[in-house]
Design a protein around this ligand. Sequence first.
Ligand code: RIB
Length: 304
Amino acid sequence: MNKILVVGSSNTDMVLKTERFPKPGETIIGGEFFIFQGGKGANQAVAAARLACDVTFICRLGEDTFGKSTIEHFTNEGINIRSVVMDKNASTGVAVITVNAQGENSIVVASGANALLSVDDIKNASEDLDKSDWILTQLETPLDTVEYLANYSRNNHKNLVLNPAPAMVLPDSVYEGLFLITPNETETELLTGIAITDEISSKQAVEIFKRKGVQNVIITQGSRGAYVDCSEFTGFVESFKVNAIDTTAAGDVFNGALLVALADSKSWKDAVVFASKAAAISVTKMGAQTSAPTKMELDTFLFD
Ligand code: RIB
């Protein structure tokens, strides 16, 4: 099995269904309430593990009720968690999520222990870093950890993939260490200044990323699909059409599945198709990690 290392956040998601989002100052009566495992890093790690990959995850959790049940959950998912840090003085991250009738979400995160993930936490996991050719990270944990990974990956010939979510301005040194960046349209606009509306604007944004030193670029564009500019394939890969119940973590499932496919030496186009299928299946179910498909589901799901 191929080895993937995911470094990032882990949250407990408090999810409330609602017909529509409230306006500022307004109280509305919502629908069902759920508690799910979430956090962009953990969602990506679980998505990859469900697709039968050897996954190591590095994150920082609070040594509290949520942190302890999260550890149990990672173990059940078969994820290597020997480098997860339990913090006695911080709370496990929490996300408050509302999901409207169209399956769209709004998310507010209380980072807690995620904000304390440090470069030393990653250095302490050097054995895990050395063993993985593929490293996946996001921007829900401190930027200096991402800078460290970029520098480490450049010096040690590792394939570092950055899903720049939630978007923030990045130092040039990060771009230079990236094998692949996978922003969505809003993240692309924040990082490049280009509003993504079509193939021409996608190409313009790709050019900016490449000029900064990124080797490959995939701009995910929701139901439109993904614009891919990678070594042996350039163009749009269409998304799979499904009835959306909850789009939370669709991007995370896409990234986790993409890494599995790339680590498995699939071609770029096949890898993006594989990841798009996994992401499409995920929006047909409520929740973040609850919605990540297994290999069996992915192979048997009937798309319209
Ligand atoms: O991408 C979805 C995730 O964003 C949620 O699981 C939530 O925890 C936030 O990190």
